[in-house]
Design a binder for this molecule. Structure first.
Ligand code: SF4
Ligand code: SF4
Length: 109
């Protein structure tokens, strides 16, 4: 299995930030921005995930409907759908806050 840092380096090298994926995204996610944040996270900066909540696009990784249009339109052959799914899982888990009583709820923002 590739190390996170290696994965981040490959992803950031391959993504030319051309925006073709975002133009095809029905969830209106700025995918190149999200991938940049993911790359920073994989490089060892977990605090960078806070940037997901401040993305300019109306859609965030958690809004991904896994349609695969982004992967189909990426000229560099990135499996964007899978990367967005991974990031959505990380973003979702980050939104869960544990109550002192042991229950879970989704945090605001
Ligand atoms: S798979 Fe997700 S990120 Fe990709 S185009 Fe579809 S909704 Fe957008
Ligand atoms: S289409 Fe591919 S290269 Fe272009 S911004 Fe999206 S992920 Fe990056």
């Amino acid at each position: 299995m590739e190390k996170n840092a290696d994965k981040a380096a490959i992803m950031m090298r391959l993504c030319a930030a051309c925006g073709k994926c975002s133009k095809s995204c029905p969830a209106h996610i700025n995918i190149s921005e999200a991938l940049k944040i993911y790359g920073e996270y994989l490089s060892g900066n977990p605090q960078t995930l806070e940037k997901l909540n401040n993305m300019k696009s109306s859609g965030k990784p958690v809004d991904c409907i896994e349609c695969g249009a982004c992967s189909s339109h990426c000229p560099d052959g990135l499996n964007v759908k899978e990367l967005m799914w991974e990031l959505a899982m990380i973003q979702s888990s980050g939104r869960l806050m544990k109550f002192s009583c042991g229950g879970w709820r989704e945090s605001v923002g």
